[in-house]
Design a protein around this ligand. Structure first.
Ligand SMILES: *Cc1c(COP(=O)(O)O)cnc(C)c1O
Ligand code: SF4
Length: 348
């Protein structure tokens, strides 16, 4: 079959800092050691969003010497402990992550899985995928299967369709989710054919990953519109990134823009403690301040949970600004504007 346009885009992606030197005025040589440790790939589309060296798009995609700092744990989430077969992470009773792909359209420098994505060891064999499906089929308490990776939408249509069909046919699987950054980094992948394919596997939820308002282009909006028109419920997971989006004005512009694209902000993630990503970490106080700034001035639809994924596989916990100032029969609750209001509670 003829190669599709998006597959050509992937082949044309920039995969070395040296190539980047052709596009921008900077010295790529010191960065070759970073790129040797953690792979780089930037699609032509995403490269086109970079306006200048060091801007928010650049920081997300271009290797940085800070990645070599030994500043954290390798696998802070302890995912391996919850992996009954290589392709599955089963940490919560009713849902699993199904790693169907080992690579992404573009690699994010802040990725939790940066040790693995794009490396040969992460590529899944046919047998590992089959074992994953067998595990889901043999585990009746699983109702929610999250296709993840890497990026599931990097798979060719035929492979993706086969995997979705097999999982969808399992009677106890009630919903399927796809986690993908493709609408933000390779929107041309979201073809009419892909949408028609996905439409067959309802109820289907797709969480995408936009981090900055500059990523909300006409092409990205059109990709999301095609998905939404196919009846797919769209959410977004944003990672809070120092120097990229760690300001209330940037986040509110991002979330308002997402809602206009029919994408509901689902999670704002506190950075994991992954090695080589410390330069992106913000304080929890910064995150709480941003979340506080959204409540009230913005549509409630633009108030996602602010999530910290605790080390050691202890799970995702929402962090909430302290609105309750005093507990007891008479609560003291602070409003978004800073007033304090009494609220009589029932005795427990
Ligand atoms: C994040 C995650 C999920 C999904 O969590 P939700 O809060 O339901 O979105 C499922 N399994 C694992 C291992 C996860 O890390
Ligand atoms: S798209 Fe997701 S999995 Fe891939 S590099 Fe970015 S954050 Fe990591």
């Amino acid at each position: 079959m003829a190669q599709e346009l998006w597959q050509q885009s992937l082949q044309d992606a920039v995969t070395s800092v040296e190539q980047l030197g052709d596009h921008f005025d900077f010295d790529p040589r010191p960065l070759t050691v970073v790129e040797a440790k953690y792979p780089m790939r930037i699609t032509p589309y995403y490269l086109g969003l970079i306006e200048k060296v060091g801007d928010p798009i650049w920081k997300q995609a271009v290797p940085d010497l800070h990645e070599l700092a030994d500043d954290g744990l390798v696998d802070p989430l302890g995912e391996e402990d919850f992996s009954p077969v290589p392709a599955i992470i089963h940490r919560y009773p009713d849902r699993v992550i199904f790693h169907v792909s080992g690579s992404c359209a573009s690699y994010c420098r802040f990725c939790t899985r940066k040790r693995k994505v794009g490396c040969p060891e992460m590529a899944l064999s046919f047998r590992e995928l089959r074992e994953g499906i067998e595990y889901i089929a043999a585990t009746p308490q699983i109702h929610d299967v999250i296709f993840s990776g890497g990026d599931p939408l990097i798979l060719p249509d035929s492979v993706l369709e086969d995997l979705l069909a097999r999982v969808h046919a399992i009677p106890h699987v009630e919903i399927i989710r796809i986690g993908t950054r493709v609408p933000a980094t390779l929107p041309e992948r979201v073809t009419d054919r892909l949408c028609a394919l996905l439409k067959k596997f309802q109820p289907l939820y797709l969480n995408t990953h936009f981090n900055h308002p500059r990523e909300l282009t006409q092409q990205a909006a059109e990709a999301c519109a095609r998905l939404a028109d196919a009846g797919i419920v769209l959410g977004n997971q944003t990672v809070l990134l120092r120097g990229v989006n760690d300001q209330p004005e940037i986040i509110s512009e991002l979330f308002r823009g997402l809602l206009k694209m029919r994408v509901r902000p689902y999670y704002l993630h506190q950075m994991d403690l992954t090695r080589g990503t410390g330069h992106f970490r913000t304080s929890v106080k910064t995150g709480l301040k941003i979340i506080h700034s959204l409540r009230g001035p913005m549509s409630g639809l633009a108030s996602p949970h602010y999530i910290i994924d605790l080390p050691g596989g202890k799970g995702k916990i929402p962090l909430v600004p302290q609105y309750v100032k005093r507990r007891g029969d008479m609560l003291l609750i602070q409003t978004a504007d800073g007033d304090v209001v009494e609220y009589p509670d029932l005795p427990s």
